[in-house]
Design a protein around this ligand. Structure first.
Ligand SMILES: Cc1ncc(COP(=O)(O)O)c(C=O)c1O
Length: 367
């Protein structure tokens, strides 16, 4: 008889990931995973090479140099920073630490799928905030999340900007939302894409952490820093949460190479600012072309991706467009698993890559 896993784990889904290859195509345009399509900066690569030369030793388990560098770049107290093997490790640990069997975890209708997987891994029930006021549910339903709160609620996961929508919750709405949530419910603001946000009223939420509002902010090196392959993320959290995370975190969760490269990268805020500006310019030009040339609906994005919906009369629906683009080597993400089967999520690559993607869409659509 095989060993028995906990029953609540048996029907757990596996997080869907985007395609990374398309057989028979000459060149891949990788727009399925919201990665930076440019390589890590020269300084990050150099730091990684140097760390590799001393990889016979265990890495730092306190991550203190990386925490200092993050704290300086983001103007936070290093004692409030916890580093994880990608922010996904911290999402899983927060769910495990703060929710369990019989508890509930509130998640946006179209929020990041890993939130619900982590809630279920912890034995808790994911509860989706379905916003009744918005027919398309195309933003995080703040009121719906408040309506979903019960005495069993332990955590609200709010990705801001939201993946896969790209939309964001404003500073005023964020603070008002926290104010209305019961105090003992942990609000986890996942800012995986916050480095791309340029809206005046965007607020990553660190003020809520400092104001003692039982709030955690998550960040990652996988997006604007271009280090997805090295798996580094961090939390900015109140002291009580830092203490718990440090207890449940696996010692040595980050390799020396990952620590060195991310420390070098976070010290280059001019590079980050340049990437943010380029992303905005390339993203908005691509969105404008999809709207003007093809009549697509494109949600306003504060991220490095766009949620794109062909009009009802387009020659290809989202599924056919996805297949057609794959045949051209342009890899994007189908949105069925996010309950948006009529849409595709397209990451923002370089200007050249987005030009190729646009031409491929026109070719597939026969425009
Ligand atoms: C909203 C959101 N949070 C977290 C992550 C995970 O990032 P990491 O690579 O830091 O684990 C992703 C990855 O795509 C994401 O979209």
């Amino acid at each position: 008889m095989p060993p028995r896993a906990h029953p609540h784990l048996l029907d757990l889904p596996i997080l869907p990931i985007g395609e990374s290859s398309a057989p028979g195509t000459k060149r891949i345009i990788p727009l399925a995973n919201n990665e930076a399509t440019e390589p890590p900066s020269a300084a990050a690569q150099d730091a990684a090479r140097k760390a590799m030369a001393v990889a016979n030793f265990y890495p730092s388990v306190t991550h203190s140099e990386l925490k200092q560098a993050i704290a300086a770049a983001y103007d936070v107290d290093p004692a409030g920073v916890v580093c994880g093997n990608g922010s996904s490790e911290i999402i899983a640990l927060l769910a495990q630490a703060y929710a369990g069997l019989g508890d509930e975890v509130i998640i946006g209708r179209h929020g990041y799928l890993y939130f619900s997987i982590c809630a279920r891994m912890a034995g808790a029930a994911p509860v989706y905030a379905v916003s009744s006021g918005d027919a398309n549910h195309l933003s995080f339903g703040l009121q719906a999340a408040l309506d979903a709160v019960t005495p069993k609620t332990r955590i609200v996961f709010l990705d801001n900007p939201c993946n896969p929508l790209g939309t964001y919750v404003s500073r005023d709405d964020l603070w008002a939302f926290r104010g209305k949530l019961p105090e003992d419910v942990l609000l986890v603001i996942d800012g995986a894409y916050a480095d791309y946000a340029t809206a005046e009223d965007f607020d990553p939420g660190d003020g809520l952490v400092l104001a003692g509002k039982n709030t955690v902010v998550l960040r990652t090196f996988s997006k604007i820093y271009g280090l997805a392959g090295l798996r580094v993320g961090w939390a900015h959290a109140p002291a009580s949460v830092v203490e718990v995370l440090n207890k449940v975190m696996r010692p040595g969760n980050l390799s020396g190479v990952s620590l060195a490269a991310s420390e070098a990268a976070v010290k280059e805020q001019d590079v980050v600012a340049g990437r943010r500006e380029t992303n905005q310019r390339v993203r908005d030009a691509f969105a404008a072309s999809l709207e003007a040339d093809l009549g697509y609906t494109v949600l306003p994005s504060q991220s490095n991706f766009l949620l794109v919906t062909p009009p009802a009369g387009a020659s290809k629906n989202a599924a056919a467009l996805y297949q057609g683009l794959m045949a051209e080597g342009v890899l994007v993400r189908p949105m069925g698993p996010y309950q948006l089967p009529d849409s595709l999520r397209i990451s923002v690559g370089t200007e050249e890559e987005m030009g190729i993607a646009l031409d491929a869409i026109k070719k597939v659509e026969g425009v």
